[in-house]
Design a protein around this ligand. Structure first.
Ligand code: PEP
Ligand code: MG
Length: 311
């Protein structure tokens, strides 16, 4: 899948345009931190935690069984620290663990994973985290330690939330783990139609940002499996239904002082950039090799917006 894609950088023009909309970068493997920072991105819009765990070839539970919780926490702290250090003081948005069980099943310990008929609709993201707070708490402890080390540029992002209940439960666990949600920047991914429709309640619960995970948001809005080649031609992140959900969510977030962002693959597409900048999105996060093009596209759209206002 996309999360395994090798992150490459191609030569880029040295000139970074100044834009009102921030342009950030997605990082899937901590080792890519230096190349990601060299793009001049305004921060990391998505740092995936999966690779830090999957690269050990063990499920979280198996890893903890074999090496203990401190070693597990250390894997996460080191992975995040690598990126947070490289970008400091630019913000780094770290997403809590989100891998479907079919990916975990291939690892050591995978035999204990549930065998799901449809893993994409199943036990992943915040659902798994809330169901296994005894495991999730180690991720939160890693965040607590990073804050203790002074990495106040680290932000916490919750994947696959549906509603304010998910958010409040996670917020409680953050507090239990010694993280003050009022002091830290934290938020959600908007990846299900439910989360887009219920964003106002989440804003009331205190989230600082909402980031569109268009890979999943498209999959769930159109009921098109993102990994099924049979229906790949129907996977359209620019479908009017997807754009309407995004547009409405940006509007609600603006009214409620919640920052908005995109961290799905579509953030690298010029037409999506045009749509989002026109809607007033706060930031766009793109893959390493797309950052410079997105910076220039954002600049072009912003300039056109200004001209349209004067005309
Ligand atoms: C997304 O769903 O758009 C996203 C960025 O998350 P992932 O691709 O890891 O599911
Ligand atoms: Mg997703």
């Amino acid at each position: 899948g996309e999360r395994d894609a090798v992150e490459e950088v191609r030569p880029q023009s040295p000139v970074k345009p100044m834009t009102a909309t921030e342009v950030k970068v997605n990082v899937s493997i901590p080792e890519a931190a230096e190349r990601a920072a060299a793009t001049g991105a305004d921060g990391v819009g998505l740092l995936r935690m999966e690779h830090m765990i999957l690269s050990t070839n063990k499920t979280p539970e198996k890893y903890i069984d074999d090496h203990g919780e401190d070693a597990y926490i250390e894997e996460i702290v080191e992975g995040v620290r690598n990126v947070a250090e490289e970008f400091y003081p630019r913000p780094v948005r770290v997403r809590t663990l989100d891998a479907p069980t079919d990916e975990f099943r291939q690892l050591e310990g995978g035999e204990s994973e549930p065998d799901e008929h449809n893993p994409m609709l199943g036990y992943r993201g915040i659902r798994r985290s809330l169901d296994r707070p005894d495991v999730f708490v180690h991720e939160l402890e890693a965040f607590r330690q990073l804050y203790g080390m002074g990495y106040d540029n680290v932000e916490i992002m919750l994947p696959l939330v549906n509603d304010v209940e998910d958010v409040l439960q996670a917020k409680n666990l953050m507090q239990d783990a010694g993280i003050d949600p009022d002091k830290r920047s934290w938020g959600v991914m908007v990846e299900t139609p439910a989360s887009a429709l219920r964003i106002e309640e989440m804003a009331d619960a205190g989230i600082d940002f909402a980031s569109f995970g268009t890979n999943d948001l498209t999959q769930y809005t159109l009921a098109v499996d993102r990994n099924n080649g049979q229906v790949a031609d129907r996977f359209d992140e620019l479908h009017p239904a997807v754009l309407e959900l995004i547009g409405r969510t940006i509007e609600t977030c603006r009214e409620n002082d919640v920052a908005t962002s995109i961290c799905g693959q579509a953030g690298s597409k010029p037409r999506m950039v045009q749509f989002l900048v026109n809607e007033g999105v706060s930031s766009i996060s793109a893959n390493i090799d797309a950052v410079r093009d997105v910076q220039h596209e954002v600049k072009r759209v912003e300039q056109k917006l200004v001209l349209d206002t004067v005309r």
